[in-house]
Design a protein around this ligand. Structure first.
Ligand code: FAD
Length: 654
């Protein structure tokens, strides 16, 4: 429901925007972009419009009113910065609401859309040939539409895309319902703001209800596979063994699962020829060499024929070169070519259940331009839930099915981040953002360890905490081209939970409570610091409240101790997640899992879990390849047909 802000609220939002986005002097500012404040760019109008549609509207109003009572809008900048900082480091509703305004302000302003202002537009124009859209989605004409299907797949990302394509190629009548938009390389401007608005869940980084972790997830035809960084890591053997033994995922520890991995590997063209190391990753490699830590290159699902290192650094805003083999370009295209009906801008509301079994989906189509809506009903005895690990449990909860484990066991691979400032320009936007990693400590604590990875250079992930820290932004923007940022990604045993609010929207929370996780996370912060030091960084900054900083010549052990004393929650180390998993997990026990080891709900035959929420535990590796291989396995379990029956035991199950 839309709400309306008062004039005083609007004035306070303008002041908040101008506090977050100040005018900055930058060495290189050909377009004058950095010299504009938030309101100089018209940011506040778009923020007001967004706030008026937000579920958290009431909390935002409370924050605005308390700021107004403290004469925020007329206070000097230093006081305004301090006031916002104090709210942001709290863990209450006010902090969550203000972080939402902060994220909207920074995203909408486009300030961080490129570290080189508008200059890459020329490159963008130079590289892109027209790319026609080769899938034609169904657009309902009236105010309702009812169709029949063998299988309806909800969500079209890593999991849903694979299941839709695999089943459509086997001759089944498949309907795909996708809540997001259909965008391809013709639409990708390599700018953060439009990418967040059009291709990300909730329009970009979204904070947990408890403020502890920011998450990012894709939303659109192809889901996260369209905006992710394309690295493809195999499920580790110790994880496969655990899933087979402890959760009953038959065959996952052996050749049967290798077959699924290989099938996906072929279809999305995973190869090692598109993994150039950019400046920050060369620093990571150099540091690892000095410390004698294991450093590896990733494999990526990019077509070497069209891969272009000039645009690869912007892949998380959508791959403008068209080389990325997302589900949009592979499995969903297969599904469409085989006759599947594909809906976009269509959000599944509930799963219909008749006689305890799946009967179909009720969804709503919304025209993104006019707001016109149409009720969509799909009749189908097979429903695949693949909305991502934040939305899939919400769909089950809205439908009243799935049992006691729905929304529990949410794993996030929470990441800490540490930046190093180097003497030279690192050309960090050149080449893939993440093509190398340090896995020296992946097997710490019996396989519950951590890895150090690269991260998108121009990302808000690196910028939000800096914007929240008084007095720091100038330094950040002027140093940006010499900065390398690493993340420490944790294979978490701690878990969060997804519930729904009164409107049925997902609400998630996550607290890192497991002692091994806490020890690992601090070790990961130290590991990143040591890597930067060994690689020759002039200064090192931990992405945490207050931005603690070490300068070469100072005592590094004291700096590490300082960072180890900062809590791993809101107001402390900034935790991030691009990997939400396990919230409707597979397993043998209906009390602790939602689906059986093949993906079908324990309590509702005909409803299957086909995405990241099905993973029994956090895998500790970037999950796309694993999600796709498990989805391929689930697709075959649904149909009982395999792409090469001679190699499979599945036919016998059918
Ligand atoms: C910035 C970023 C970079 C990443 N980089 C990598 C990487 O390099 N390698 C890697 O392995 N992983 C990476 N990941 C993670 C990976 O992309 C995800 O783990 C994966 O896409 C999750 O797959 P999924 O099928 O569970 O959900 P998604 O791919 O997120 O797809 C879910 C889809 O469901 C749709 N949906 C949601 N609710 C509904 C509804 N009610 N009705 C209809 N549709 C709905 C959403 O719009 C979305 O399109 C990255 C993620 C991010 C955000």
């Amino acid at each position: 429901m839309d709400h309306s802000l008062t004039d005083r609220h609007r004035a306070t939002i303008t002041a908040v925007c101008n506090t977050f986005i100040r005018t900055l002097e930058r060495r290189d500012d050909p377009d004058g972009l950095w010299g504009l404040s938030g309101s100089g760019r018209g940011t506040e109008q778009a923020v007001v419009a967004a706030v008026e549609q937000m579920p958290e509207f009431a909390n935002v109003c409370e924050v605005l009113e308390s700021l107004d009572q403290a004469s925020f809008a007329t206070s000097p900048r230093r006081i305004r910065e301090q006031s916002l900082h104090e709210i942001l480091i709290g863990g209450d509703d006010a902090a969550v609401a203000l972080r939402t305004i902060q994220r909207l302000t920074i995203t909408i302003s486009g300030e961080l859309s490129s570290n080189r202002g508008g200059s890459f537009d020329t490159e963008r124009d130079a590289i892109s040939d027209p790319a026609p859209k080769t899938i034609v989605p169904i657009i309902p004409e009236g105010d309702s539409l009812e169709i029949d299907a063998d299988v309806v797949v909800v969500g079209s990302g890593a999991g849903g895309g694979v299941i839709a394509g695999t089943l459509a190629l086997q001759g089944l009548k498949v309907v795909v319902l996708e809540a997001g938009k259909y965008r391809n390389e013709d639409d990708f401007t390599m700018l953060q703001g439009p990418a967040f608005n059009d291709s990300y869940w909730r329009g970009g980084p979204a904070t947990a209800a408890d403020g502890n972790v920011w998450v990012q997830a894709g939303a659109g035809l192809g889901g996260g596979t369209v905006i992710n960084e394309s690295n493809c890591m195999e499920t580790r053997s110790l994880v496969r063994d655990q899933w087979a033994k402890e959760f009953g995922l038959e065959g996952v520890d052996g050749a049967e699962y290798d077959r699924h991995l290989n099938s996906v590997r072929r279809r999305i063209m995973i190869n090692g020829d598109c993994s150039d190391l950019n400046g920050p990753q060369l620093r990571m490699q150099a540091g690892a060499d000095v410390l004698e830590w294991s450093f590896k290159r990733t494999h990526r699902n990019a077509d070497p024929a069209t891969y272009d290192p000039l645009t690869a650094g912007f892949t998380s805003y959508g791959d403008a070169s068209g080389s990325k083999q997302s589900t949009l370009k592979t499995y969903l295209q297969d599904a469409f070519d085989a006759g599947a009906d594909i809906f976009v801008n269509t959000s599944a509301q509930t799963i219909r259940v008749t006689g305890g079994k799946a009967a179909g989906i009720d969804a709503v189509y919304t025209d993104p331009d006019t707001g016109r809506t149409a009720a969509i009903r799909v009749n189908s005895e097979t429903v695949v839930v693949a909305c991502g690990a934040l939305e899939s449990p919400a769909l089950l909860l809205r439908s009243g099915i799935g049992g006691p484990a729905v929304g529990q066991h949410l794993h996030l691979h929470p990441c800490t981040a540490v930046s190093g400032l180097y003497a030279e320009d690192l050309s960090s936007w050149w080449g893939p953002a993440y093509a190398g990693y340090v896995d020296e400590f992946a097997d710490a604590h019996d396989g519950w360890g951590w890895v150090i990875e690269g991260v998108v250079y121009t990302h808000a992930a690196m910028s939000l905490p800096r914007q929240a820290t008084p007095g720091k932004p100038e330094q950040t923007v002027n140093d940006f081209d010499r900065m390398a940022s690493f993340i420490g990604l944790l294979r978490d045993r701690s878990s969060g939970q997804v519930t729904i609010d009164r409107s049925g929207n997902p609400v998630y929370g996550y607290a890192m409570t497991d002692a091994t996780d806490i020890a690992n996370s601090y070790d990961a912060v130290e590991g990143q610091i040591r890597l930067h030091e060994a690689a020759g960084a002039m200064s090192i900054t931990s992405v945490a409240a207050g931005l603690p900083r070490w300068n070469r010549g100072e005592n590094i052990a004291a700096f590490i101790d300082q960072c180890r004393a900062i809590p791993l929650r809101a107001g402390g180390h900034q935790l991030w997640s691009g990997h939400q998993m396990s919230s409707c997990r597979m397993g043998n026990n209906p009390e602790t899992s939602v689906a059986n080891p093949w993906g079908e709900l324990h309590d509702t035959p005909g409803v299957w879990i086909g995405d990241s929420s099905a993973l029994p535990t956090a895998p500790g590796t970037n999950p796309m390849f694993t999600i796709m291989a498990l989805a391929h396995r689930t697709a075959e379990a649904i149909s009982g047909i395999v792409d090469d029956p001679s190699q499979s035991t599945f036919a016998a199950r059918a």
